[in-house]
Design a binder for this molecule. Structure first.
Ligand code: B12
Length: 364
């Protein structure tokens, strides 16, 4: 298991090592840890470490008199967190912005959260590879030890593994699987290839009475927190007028909104996330206050052909694009007179294309 103990062993503090420290060899540091040691222990290539330092400012706080880089324990934790975020698909600059915005406590807390998840799971098939401690008892590992053994990277296997974890009510394995999926895919691909199919399968099994609603809740609750983590990690990177994301009145389903928010954040697009069950008048008030260029509305459950929202939109007096998505919307919705346009996004990619501002975006 990974040792994330943030308390370094007193005798192994950087800068206090003996010159013949066997862990560090003959070139024991005068202060802090040299790039080679950090590279070896975190299994991150030294050129990557140097590039993160030069280009993104995530590097050592100290230099020797000869100008060699020396990492403190906090620097190493920052690098470790940076590597986790980039492995989850967060772009390097936004990962760096997030990491540099966190104080020491927040970094330790975040890494501790990962350690919780990397502990041995219950039952077979959830054991995790171990790691060795960094000098000073620092967190470690070759590749981050968060793989569920036996779950291949094939999307079908991952869907089955997620459904298995739902059935077994095993949150640890499920969270590991979600991260496993996002380490190899950006959040958009993760949603389209694995998360949405897993949700549909869970929904079908529930409908057939083969899976309890508690399993459905577990699947969606944990996915929500993983998607929110992607948004959090990108928060400092997003800019501009937010697009509004909401589920229709009385519509409790809102995971597609979270996936969209996470993907938009990755593209630097800000969201005003209003979540599930947004009454029509509240939504229109929010639109008038924030004056976005676009709003995305989700509906899983069937909506009536005529509902107040379409009429309420008549007060909008700027060019607003209303993008609707989900199987609940009836055909033949007509935009009110005026500057509002209504388009239907057939799938996740079409919604992203409609909401990320770039020329030529089209809605399916
Ligand atoms: C998770 C879940 C819940 C969670 C929601 C948690 C949350 N935070 O969202 C909880 C437990 C709260 C819940 C509650 C209910 N649920 Co529910 N739920 C689901 C489940 C498993 C996933 C929902 C989801 O996120 N779907 C999104 C994607 C994965 O699925 P999709 O809509 O089929 O995707 C299609 C397109 O929309 C598109 N697409 C996919 N992703 C995206 C993303 C974007 C942005 C776009 C534009 C398109 C797009 O691709 C697909 C078509 O090829 C679905 C199963 C399902 N098939 O959706 C049931 C499901 C939607 N639920 C269902 C039901 C019946 C309910 C309840 C009424 C149950 C109850 N009796 O209380 C309540 C609803 C209460 C309410 N007023 O809203 C039914 C709806 C049947 C129907 N059409 O009427 C479903 C389909 C399950 C089933 N197979 O019967 N649910």
């Amino acid at each position: 298991m990974i040792d994330m103990n943030p308390q370094p062993a007193a005798s192994r503090e950087p800068g206090q090592t003996e010159p013949d420290d066997p862990e560090l060899g003959e070139s024991a540091p005068e202060l802090g840890w040299p790039v080679g040691v950090v590279s070896e222990r975190l299994a991150i290539a030294a050129p990557t470490l140097r590039s993160w330092d030069r280009r993104h400012g995530v590097g050592p706080s100290l230099r020797t008199r000869g100008n060699h880089r020396r990492y403190t324990e906090l620097d190493i934790r920052r690098v470790l967190l940076m590597s986790r975020l980039t492995a989850q698909g967060v772009p390097a600059q936004s990962a760096a912005d997030s990491v540099l915005a966190m104080d020491a406590g927040a970094i330790v807390e975040r890494l501790d959260g990962d350690r919780e998840l990397a502990g041995s799971g219950k039952g077979g098939g959830t054991g995790l590879p171990g790691g060795t401690g960094l000098p000073g008892g620092l967190p470690v590992g070759g590749a981050p030890a968060t793989e569920v053994e036996g779950a291949e990277q094939d999307a079908t296997d991952l869907v089955e593994a997620i459904v298995g974890a739902a059935r077994a009510l095993d949150p640890r394995t499920m969270a590991l699987l979600y991260r496993q999926v996002m380490r190899r895919r950006d959040v958009g691909r993760a949603w389209v290839e694995v998360f949405a199919p897993a949700l549909r399968r869970v929904g079908d099994l529930w409908e057939e009475g083969r899976l309890g609603v508690q399993s459905e809740h577990l699947t969606s609750e944990l996915l929500q927190s993983e998607l929110r983590a992607v948004v959090r990690a990108n928060r400092l990177h997003v800019a501009g007028l937010p697009v509004v994301l909401a589920s229709a009145d009385d519509e409790q389903h809102h995971l597609p909104l979270l996936a969209l928010e996470a993907e938009l954040a990755r593209h630097g697009v800000a969201s005003l996330f209003l979540g599930p069950r947004v009454p029509s008048d509240a939504l229109v008030s929010a639109l008038r206050e924030s004056q976005p260029r676009a709003v995305f509305l989700w509906a899983s459950l069937a909506r009536p052909q005529a509902e107040p929202f379409w009429r309420d939109l008549e007060v909008i007096d700027w060019p607003l694009e209303v993008v609707i998505g989900g199987p609940g919307w009836p055909d033949g919705i007509v935009a009110p007179e005026g500057p509002v346009t209504v388009t239907r996004a057939a799938d996740f990619r079409a919604a992203v294309a409609a909401l990320v501002p770039h020329p030529g975006a089209s809605v399916g």
